[in-house]
Design a protein around this ligand. Sequence first.
Ligand SMILES: Nc1nc2c(ncn2[C@@H]2O[C@H](COP(=O)(O)OP(=O)(O)OP(=O)(O)O)[C@@H](O)[C@H]2O)c(=O)[nH]1
Ligand SMILES: [Mg+2]
Length: 301
Amino acid sequence: MHEGAILIAGVGGLGCTWADAAHSECDGLADLLLIDADESSFRGSGQAHCLHLDAVGDGSGAAALPNLAAHRLTEGLGALDPLLDKAELIFIMTGLGGGTGSGAANELARLARARNCLVLSVAGLPFAEQPLRSAIASAALPALEEQSHVCIRVSMERLAWYARARGADWQQGSGWIQDLVEGLVTTLAKVGKMNLDLMDLRTVVEHHGEATLIVGSGTVVDPSKVVDVARRSPLTEVDVSGAKGCMIQVEGGPDMTLAHLNLLSESLVSSLHPDCQVILGARASDEMVGRLRIVAVVSGL
Ligand SMILES: Nc1nc2c(ncn2[C@@H]2O[C@H](COP(=O)(O)OP(=O)(O)OP(=O)(O)O)[C@@H](O)[C@H]2O)c(=O)[nH]1
Ligand SMILES: [Mg+2]
């Protein structure tokens, strides 16, 4: 793939945090675009392309006004053009329920898609005890789903719950969102080896219905348990057994074998739809010694 072909974009405060964290895992392989009304989201992201949607000129934010955010994005378009023209795949990360992400994420998706870019979005859905934010999110989600080839729903409540269990930080995406993006970007950057191109990816992920993320981890001693955990823990409340598309990223230590990889992927796939299309990626790292982790996007639910 050529330089600039993969763009990781964050829209809104939470989206920028997730995008920045994901990008730091795949340095040099993807560009980073941060869009927010609040300039503090750009702090510490030296290599990012930043688009500041300044609503009132004081740098303080779109203050929960999605329409304003969408309007500001359209105005700031000139700055985005060169990035979007180069991009063949864009990851759009956002937390719905505020102003900026809810208003501008679907607009960014629409602009990218109009340039024939493959659009994968990750939409964080607010906590149930935030009724106003939930209402804003429900209003914003259909447009983002419509403009994305695949829109991965992630319940922040579940993300926070699993993150607590692992001692991780949900606001940082709990590690899983990074793993997923890093896995896909690395896999795609090595196209040829995997015999995978964007058309394949599009075929796999673009199915009618919902998409979500599933995650499981455990030890090399009991690989099938890793799949059990993953199957029981989708990051939204859905039954994954009807999934028609699946991208699996398996991670392990240097002690991970091909047999582990086969066992994990086969037992996961056997629990999905019989015609489910699958893309498999794998990665070994020293810090995962003795452990296995599976992160998968399932679509067509
Ligand atoms: N409970 C809780 N929810 C949060 C927190 N941060 C973000 N969220 C959730 O994430 C969603 C999006 O938040 P942000 O990314 O900050 O929103 P934004 O797109 O920047 O929107 P504006 O700041 O209004 O322009 C909100 O609806 C909240 O539900 C937090 O610290 N605690
Ligand atoms: Mg904000």
